[in-house]
Design a protein around this ligand. Structure first.
Ligand code: PEP
Length: 251
């Protein structure tokens, strides 16, 4: 089963209008017209429209960093799936560890958002990952299993095949510490076998699993060369077009 590599840049709460456009244009220039990998930029919600204009007509796609799982209505400050597709998003990151830790997002919240994303024709990028404490206590697989089962609750096989899972060990995010390719591959293989149990092995073989956690041009090739690593979710290194381009080139 061949899965197309997907490299996504999570800009988090960074950039301003001008720098967002410059960064998006830098990525477009680096990517060229027919990249072999899929490239997705996830700017802050307020700049989605601006970045959508900057990447219009190119191979670079657009994603959001979160959504609110409700139809239009009295939800001050929130943005729903229909709004995201309206401005050109095809993807949405869900359950990022920063949202889990800082905003108290639970697996049940992620599952609710996942269904809203799919109903709104967005591809969810569902993030899971263990803390250093979990890893040191040999709880990595148990934690990941709980997150995957909870976050994907109620998902059927047909829709499951189209989602993206991002394995992001919390201890590697923004710390400069990267999981070794072997450590990452071990967890990716575990996730794929779990997906096989939840759905079918055929569906599990179609689901793309990204690695995230201090990915940079210098470590991307080895990580992306692992059999169960189908892409990268990139934070810090996605804020410099040349670094992000280096990761794309490794894909
Ligand atoms: C992330 O926040 O999804 C991430 C992987 O960040 P970084 O690449 O900076 O570790």
């Amino acid at each position: 089963m061949s899965r197309q590599t997907i490299i996504a840049g999570n800009w988090k709460m960074n950039t301003r209008c001008e720098s967002a456009v410059a960064l998006a244009k830098g990525v477009v220039a680096a990517v060229g017209e027919k990249p072999t990998v899929q490239v997705v930029l996830c700017p802050p919600a307020v700049y989605l429209h601006t970045v959508a204009d900057a990447v219009a007509g190119t191979a670079v796609e657009l994603g959001a960093q979160n959504l609110y799982a409700a139809e239009d209505g009295a939800f001050t400050g929130e943005v729903n799936a229909a709004m995201l597709t309206d401005v050109g998003c095809g993807y949405v990151i869900l359950g990022h560890s920063e949202r889990r830790a800082l905003m108290g997002e639970t697996d049940a919240d992620v599952s609710t958002k996942l269904h809203a994303a799919l109903a709104g024709n967005l591809v969810p990028i569902v993030c899971v990952g263990e803390t250093l404490q979990d890893r040191e206590a040999n709880q990595t697989e148990a934690v990941i299993e709980t997150q995957i089962r909870g976050s994907l609750a109620g998902l059927d096989e047909v829709r499951a095949a189209g989602i993206v899972v991002a394995y992001e060990p919390v201890w590697a995010i923004g710390t400069g510490k990267t999981a070794s390719p072997e450590q990452a591959e071990e967890v990716h293989a575990f996730i794929r076998s779990l997906l096989g149990e939840l759905f079918t092995t055929d569906v599990a073989a179609q689901i793309r699993i990204q690695y995230g956690g201090s990915v940079k041009p210098s470590n991307a090739k080895e990580l992306l060369g692992q059999p169960n690593i189908d892409g990268a979710l990139v934070g810090g290194a996605s804020l410099k077009a040349e670094d992000f381009a280096g990761i794309i080139a490794a894909g």
